[in-house]
Design a protein around this ligand. Structure first.
Ligand SMILES: *Cc1c(COP(=O)(O)O)cnc(C)c1O
Length: 389
């Protein structure tokens, strides 16, 4: 099918929630994807932080194929080994409590919100303005962005958004607060690391008022920021956290991971998911987690992140380069980020993302080589040079 035919079907038959870029991809390997005409693109977005070990990583492909040929699904009415092994690995690599499996970031946050309300027997949820937690009603109610929320009012009651500052967070939390939910580095709003004092204030306020501090690590987790979980670099340990995106190396999976205090709050019948923790995605996630938890890989992510940020800052028209590890954002002098991203894709065959009119986001593969990083900088430099600095 030609790209023109795909675009026609998309317009006629698919509910129009996406503004897609005009390319069809048919194959991926490592840091590269190929379109239907055989052109090769360097992928600095990884399907929005999902294929973080590169496309079709051989270990993940092998784990998926092996498990798919053995057993795909029986439901959570029964025991299966991959999910149990994954739960143990996730818990011992992070907060030490228990895990609930689901299929996406939004669902993981829904589970976290239910956990917090159950623990407090009600209570409000405090999140930060500009944060992003997903599109389902609970997650959307914590996603304090007017354009995303307004068309779907009324939202879930009891949600409050505050500025991402220590003072605002401390002032918002009281004895009626069930949870503070935040991303350690805001992703969808343009890669903004939260200030250390804001995270510390959130931790102290939650401790003082018996609220759950929940980190949304859907985007920051699984090595993206140069540690397995971003909270490890903040000096603050949350009571629970959520993961998804890169968790299963390219397949859909989400997880809520608790610390010990909240491990036994949810009881049989309180929550569930037909597909959650299925054998195939769990096998993929086990492979992804074992690859990602390598100290060498994580050190490499930190080092390559520093290099890319320094070199991007020297490119024409670039301002305010920021991020952690290989979660990178920068602004363009005079705006034009969506236009730059389109030119990068169609003329320079580099995949990036615009989170707004002036902000470009890069979520490159954690496995990006030095040569590929050089190639990426060259293509980025050419596109930025062409827009006249
Ligand atoms: C992408 C994202 C979500 C939503 O994940 P879905 O799988 O699209 O539901 C939630 N939180 C953060 C921080 C994200 O980046």
């Amino acid at each position: 099918m030609s790209l023109a035919e795909l675009r026609r079907l998309d317009a006629e038959r698919v509910i129009g929630t996406y503004a897609r870029l005009p390319v069809e991809f048919v194959r991926g390997e490592g840091s590269w994807v190929w379109d239907d005409e055989g052109n090769r693109y360097l992928d600095l977005l990884c399907g929005i932080g999902v294929t973080s070990l590169g496309h079709c990583h051989p270990r993940i492909v092998a784990a998926v194929c092996e498990q798919a040929g053995r057993l795909m699904h029986v439901s959570n009415l029964f025991h299966t080994e991959p999910a149990m092994r994954l739960a143990e690995r996730l818990s011992t690599s992070s907060l030490g409590g228990k895990v609930f499996f689901c299929n996406s970031g939004a669902e993981a946050n829904e589970a976290a919100l239910k956990l917090a309300r159950r623990a407090k027997r009600g209570g409000d949820v405090v999140s930060v303005a500009g944060g992003f937690h997903g599109r389902t009603f609970g997650a959307l109610s914590a996603t304090a962005q007017e354009s995303k929320q307004a068309p779907f009012a009324p939202l879930v009651p009891g949600f409050r958004a505050v500025a991402p500052s220590a003072e605002a967070i401390a002032a918002a939390v009281d004895d009626g607060t069930a949870a503070v939910l935040l991303e350690p580095v805001l992703g969808e709003s343009g890669v903004h690391p939260l200030a250390a004092d804001a995270l510390i204030a959130a931790r102290e306020a939650c401790d003082r008022h018996g609220a759950a501090l929940i980190f949304d690590e859907v985007q920051t987790g699984m090595g993206r920021t140069g540690s397995l979980w971003a909270y490890e670099q903040t000096g603050v340990v949350p009571d629970a956290m959520t993961s998804a995106k890169a968790l299963a190396g390219g397949l859909p999976m989400g997880a809520l991971i608790t610390g010990e205090r909240l491990a036994d709050v949810l009881q049989p019948g309180d929550h569930g998911s037909t597909f959650g923790g299925g054998p195939v995605v769990a096998a993929a996630a086990l492979a992804a987690l074992e690859e990602t938890a390598s100290p060498d890989l994580l050190a490499r992510v930190r080092e390559l992140g520093e290099r890319l940020r320094a070199e991007i800052a020297a490119l024409p028209g670039v301002m305010r380069v920021r991020g952690r590890g290989l979660m990178i954002g920068f602004d363009l002098d005079g705006g034009g980020a969506p236009e730059l991203v389109l030119a990068l894709l169609t003329e320079h065959r580099l995949i990036a993302n615009a989170t707004g009119p002036e902000t470009v986001r890069l979520l490159p593969p954690l496995t990006l080589s030095d040569d590929e990083a050089g190639e990426a900088l060259e293509r980025l430099g050419a596109a930025l040079g062409a827009r006249g600095g």
